[in-house]
Write a protein that binds this ligand. Sequence first.
Ligand code: UDX
Ligand code: ADP
Length: 470
Amino acid sequence: MTPKKICGIGAGYVGGPTCSVIALKCPEIQVTVVDKSKERIAQWNSNKLPIYEPGLDEVVKKCRGKNLFFSTDIEKSIKEADIIFISVNTPTKNFGNGKGRAADLKYVEGAARMIAELATENKIVVEKSTVPVRSAESIINILRANHKPGVTYQVLSNPEFLAEGTAIDDLLHPDRVLIGGEDSAEGRAAIEQLCKVYENWIPRKNILTMNTWSSELSKLAANAFLAQRISSINSLSAVCEATGADVSEVALAVGLDSRIGSKFLQASVGFGGSCFQKDILNLVYICECLNLPEVADYWQQVINMNEYQKSRFSAQVIESLFNTVTDKQIALLGFAFKKNTGDTRESPAIHVAKTLLDEGAKLHIYDPKVEEEQIMVDLSHSCVIAEPEMIKNRISIHKHAYDATKNTHAIVLCTEWDEFVELDYRRIYANMMKPAYIFDGRKFLDHEELRKIGFIVRTIGKKIMKTGIS
Ligand code: UDX
Ligand code: ADP
């Protein structure tokens, strides 16, 4: 049997784009994305989608109202669906057992309980959110303990590997799709049903089926490996700064070894985003619970190195500005955790901004996609400056990079937006206080050109030039 209706629970960064692409590629399937947040659903039904993702608007416009629906009628959608995707948030727990490390599964559990309460026919429940190993077991236990007479469930693990900013392309052309399920006739039949959905646009050879726990662990492992590469190159950036080596040259040389490969070797102010830190903390916690402290320590070090990198970069800014930024005007260009997204979760810019605020700086922030309100929320939350009014006085959010940099002592670049390469730096230099500094936390501007203009340039993974200001 081919599935006719899919329900996606959770209209966030994962659920929204994933379900939209399924609708695009499977015109025969009716896809309904539900969320308990009325506001989010209203945004998905409007002309301004709640998330910025290149190509997403076009996909949604093409399918919405035809075979793609966004709704708050969770009950109807669950009842009708053959397959239900759980794509709710799984933040790190901020209280109780496993605080600061374990994944908080309350939303996944809530979704499972809701399905058990509402479903009146057999369902395939797909775990899309990234979850700890053996979470599928908890979901199935909840479903089977609360099922209605005659209703059976199969739970599959189908982790999502999309990266923000390239989500649509990642969904259209994934390296692989993983489907983990129970090793039983019913389990294999459920896996087959989900394969049928993906086979609408993904070659069968790229769809890997496996046991549920392998699938769950593979997702954590992939993120941990990617983050580990960034921490590795960032650790070497500190060695470069101390020796005169250039981390870009080292990354190029190392990455040309086909066994290593060139991706994810860009040294930076540190990695951010909703997944890397959360998933590694989660892995560390699992290892501790399994009494594998050496393994836990190994992965914890990837996080520690990332914290070190963010602090090192912030300290470099302060040290270079004569060891004090009190009352200095500093332009912060880029607030998102990477380019082509408006997402600020775990963005290194937050760490840098807070450090500079703590030291008394006045910040002028510009990001092409992050809303002013979001920046204020991120910087008010657990900032040492207790008074919200005080924060407001020390932060101005600008609509253009040129306004943000006017009359400032320094530019601190935290996100690698393409438009920052295109800026007229002669114009910017002319309007800044002198000496004018640029701290390139992404190592992506033309530093020689900037030095010719007159800027003092500092970046990651390259020894500071002592020869004059050029
Ligand atoms: C990541 C994974 O790539 C994706 O497969 C998973 O599904 C979710 O987590 P995402 O967090 O959206 O995706 O972005 P990603 O492109 O992986 O970047 C994460 C962070 O690492 C960003 O802050 C980025 O700027 C940084 N990064 C990336 C580097 O600092 N250097 C690099 O070489 C690559
Ligand atoms: P992710 O990045 O994992 O997609 P988001 O926070 O962007 O996470 O989105 C998760 C969405 O899931 C939120 O919009 C939230 O309102 C929704 N959600 C969480 N629990 C439920 C639930 N039980 N029913 C419906 N929606 C839910």
